[in-house]
Design a protein around this ligand. Structure first.
Ligand code: G3I
Length: 331
């Protein structure tokens, strides 16, 4: 009781998780874990173009409507992911050609989707993964959006989202911003430069989303991340953690050791942010090791299951969950 009261009095930072549509519909233990641990939810899919837009004339809302109904029935808030991304695009949208057609389709999509959920999705990943990741120089990632509109697609996406829901938190979301590596340092610098250009063009970005898919075998650069967060805050932006998990394919097989290292990485990242500011939310990309994207791309060579998330495959709390709870309750 007292612990709960203490957390409430600190108005703890909201914690949430990405939700997979299949288990949401079929797995009661999964639903129970989401209700027990989360104050907010985001669809792992459902609000991506590939899910929403099978054809230029269609909007398919079944998946996001299912999730938002579950969230609202259980007093949880929603995040929307994502309005402009290079990936998870239907083939027809990848064929968009020229400024007029591309900007019309992007604006119509955002007006329609954000408008439908106006007031019910208070935070959107408007632009996801705008930074390139194909070499030492970090620039604007190639996409149907950047190919036809250049960097201006970002301006257009944010202005359109702002007009569609004036109250929503508008987020630019990216990965690889946390590690003590030259590559991560270059990405932090490129993101700062981009944010400054957007601010100088009065683009209504309100927050930077750290996806925080933390490479288990790389240290978090606490000082550099704190400095980066401070620079972002100095631009009047908030920060949040949007897709937290630990890519543990290179970590030891021993579960206790591996879980401890994973928790340490998460604690370092949250600590680096909290040393500067309160993130507006901390969201993990899934809640249980039973359902995670990680082995699709980072399957362990030793055949052991990945353990990237706060709960194990039987929904037992791992050190990572305790680390997260301590970090956000005490903030
Ligand atoms: O729903 C279809 C199903 O009908 C079809 O039978 C099946 C086989 O083709 O595909 C299903 O869609 C899959 C979808 O997940 C839902 O399970 C897509 O193929 C698959 O590509 C998609 O993967 C998601 C991926 O983003 C691409 O959208 C992952 O679950 C999701 O974890 C991952 O999340 C991304 C974030 O959006 C951005 N940051 C990185 C993160 C991890 O990659």
């Amino acid at each position: 009781l007292f612990e709960g009261a203490a957390a409430a009095s600190h108005s703890a930072i909201p914690f949430g998780a990405a939700v997979s549509d299949g288990p949401l519909q079929t797995d009661a233990a999964y639903q129970k874990a989401l209700i027990e641990h989360c104050q907010l939810l985001v669809g792992e899919g459902g609000l991506k173009w590939a899910d929403l837009r099978p054809s230029p004339s269609q909007y398919v809302y079944d998946q996001p409507d299912r999730l938002i109904a579950f969230a609202e029935a259980n007093g949880m808030k929603m995040r929307g992911h994502t309005l402009a991304w290079y990936a998870a695009m239907p083939d027809w949208a990848l064929q968009l050609k020229g400024e007029t057609e591309t900007s019309r389709e992007l604006m119509t999509h955002i007006e329609t989707v954000v408008g439908r959920y106006k007031g019910r999705i208070p935070s959107w990943d408007v632009v996801n993964e705008a930074l390139s990741d194909d070499g030492p120089r970090v620039g604007l990632r190639d996409s149907v959006w950047s190919a036809n509109l250049g960097e201006y697609y970002i301006d257009l996406a944010f202005h359109t989202a702002r007009a569609a829901d004036p109250a929503a938190q508008l987020v630019i979301n990216d990965y690889g911003l946390e590690a003590a590596t030259a590559k991560s340092s270059a990405r932090r610098r490129a993101m700062l430069d981009l944010l400054r250009r957007l601010r100088d063009r009065d683009v209504p970005v309100q927050a930077l989303g750290f996806q925080a898919h933390l490479p288990g075998n790389e240290e978090i650069d606490k000082d550099e991340v704190s400095r980066f967060v401070s620079d972002v805050k100095d631009m009047g932006l908030d920060v949040l953690v949007t897709e937290l998990d630990v890519i543990d394919d290179q970590l030891p097989a021993d579960i206790k050791e591996r879980d401890a290292i994973a928790a340490k990485r998460v604690g370092a990242l949250l600590g680096a942010i909290l040393d500067v500011t309160r993130p507006t939310a901390v969201v993990t990309w899934g809640i249980t090791d039973r359902y995670t994207w990680v082995p699709i791309w980072y399957k362990r060579a030793d055949g052991h299951a990945n353990r990237p998330l706060p709960l194990d495959e039987d929904y037992r709390e791992k050190p990572m969950m305790r680390t997260i709870k301590q970090a956000i309750a005490g903030a």
